[in-house]
Design a protein around this ligand. Structure first.
Ligand code: ATP
Ligand code: MG
Length: 358
């Protein structure tokens, strides 16, 4: 395995909090980070050695960026595939173009899971209003309609029941391609984060129990309290997915645990994931360090859990609670340095450690 020596530069596409926490972990291992992100404000750039602020299709800026870095990764799965394809011949791009292509389209993602033998909710895809009505009839209700691209934190989604006004929902979702998914009456939500090194070895973090509010992750709890059988199924999904993509890096698969003890895949992200933030304070290796290790060709770290933990997201003005959180003896606060606390915006998170937290 050819490891990138400390002092090398990691280029990160995307400038959000995941890039920020990756850059902080990279710094601890002696690497520098160079962020490429078009937005005016970048939480990642605030803690990185360099920042190129340019558009995803600015080939001159992309070439100059590639020339200055030793390896390229991304913290955002909606980086255009064309941008990744342009960069891939210039410098090693990990976890690669294929993971991006699959993760940024919900139908491709579902078909990928089907192909590798991982069950999902039943689904049908629609391109127009008549197709939408047919898709809802096929899948039945209750169900959820989601735009096939660009959704996050529950955006671009609508719940459907037998009395839904489908014409209004089709309009509300923007008259664009949607996927209709059967509503899974899950016992719990979980996620598996798996890392894969250059030599093909894999390591899975234990799956937390995730609770969402209004489509946004609220808490992730470790231990998740799942049976060994569920944990085995979750790890198997993670490993099969990252191996099928032939990725070097991290992959998170969001999971539904059914009442009859099965694990279904919801969606995936080829990068660190919000449900892995607990690892920063309660695991021998954080997901961000693991990501850096994988991308830089280092051996993967151990994933021993050091303490029970509950990770709680701080959304919008919840981040104003920071003074009280700092008073809690077992709480570790992480803020992303975003200026504006807009409603629904992820501003930070807190990891509460110890048995009392669970
Ligand atoms: N088919 C489904 N059955 C039951 N619940 C669902 C289904 N699809 C989504 N949900 C609920 O909505 C949440 C958000 O959905 P999903 O993960 O598809 O959206 P997202 O906008 O990509 O979210 P994020 O990027 O934050 O993970 C899920 O975690 C789950 O709680
Ligand atoms: Mg999700």
């Amino acid at each position: 395995m050819t490891a990138l020596a400390p002092g090398s530069t990691i280029g990160i596409l995307g400038g959000g909090q995941l890039g920020r926490m990756t850059a902080l972990a990279a710094g601890n291992l002696g690497y520098r980070c160079h962020i490429y992100a078009p937005e005016e404000e970048s939480p990642a750039a605030l803690v990185s050695a360099a920042w190129t602020r340019a558009a995803w299709d600015d080939q001159a800026a992309l070439s100059a960026f590639a020339a200055k870095v030793d390896v390229i990764t991304y913290e955002f799965e909606n980086v255009p595939v064309a941008c990744a394809e342009f960069l891939a011949p210039l410098k090693p791009l990990r976890p690669g173009v294929e993971a991006l292509r699959v993760a940024q389209h919900r139908e491709r993602e579902k078909r990928f899971f089907e192909r590798i033998g991982v069950p999902t909710a039943p689904f049908a895809v629609a391109q127009d209003e008549a197709g939408f009505v047919a898709a809802v009839r096929k899948v039945g209700t209750p169900s959820i309609a989601k735009t096939t691209t660009e959704g996050y934190d529950g955006k671009g989604q609508a719940r459907l029941d037998a009395s839904s006004d489908l014409a209004a929902i089709w309009a509300k979702l923007g008259r664009r391609e949607v996927i209709v998914e059967g509503f899974v009456d899950f016992a719990a939500e979980a996620s598996v984060i798996v890392a894969r090194a250059l030599d093909g070895s894999t390591v899975c973090f234990p799956p937390p129990r995730n609770v969402h509010r209004q489509g946004i992750l609220h808490t992730s709890t470790i231990p998740g309290g799942f049976s060994p059988n569920i944990v085995r199924q979750a790890e198997d999904v993670g490993r099969r997915a990252i191996e099928a993509l032939n990725s070097v890096g991290l992959l998170c698969v969001e999971l539904f645990v059914t009442r009859d003890g099965r694990v279904l895949a919801n969606e995936m992200a080829p990068r660190p994931h919000n449900s892995g933030h607990w690892t920063q304070d309660a695991c021998a290796t954080s997901q961000f360090e693991q990501f850096v290790r994988a991308v830089c060709g280092l051996p993967l770290g151990p994933v021993t859990v050091r303490s029970p933990v509950v990770m709680t997201n701080l959304i919008g003005d919840e981040a104003n609670q920071w003074p009280a959180i700092l008073e809690e003896p077992n709480a570790k606060l992480h803020l992303y340095g975003k200026r504006e606390a807009r409603t629904g915006r992820k501003m930070g998170h807190v990891n509460r450690l110890g048995a009392a937290a669970t």
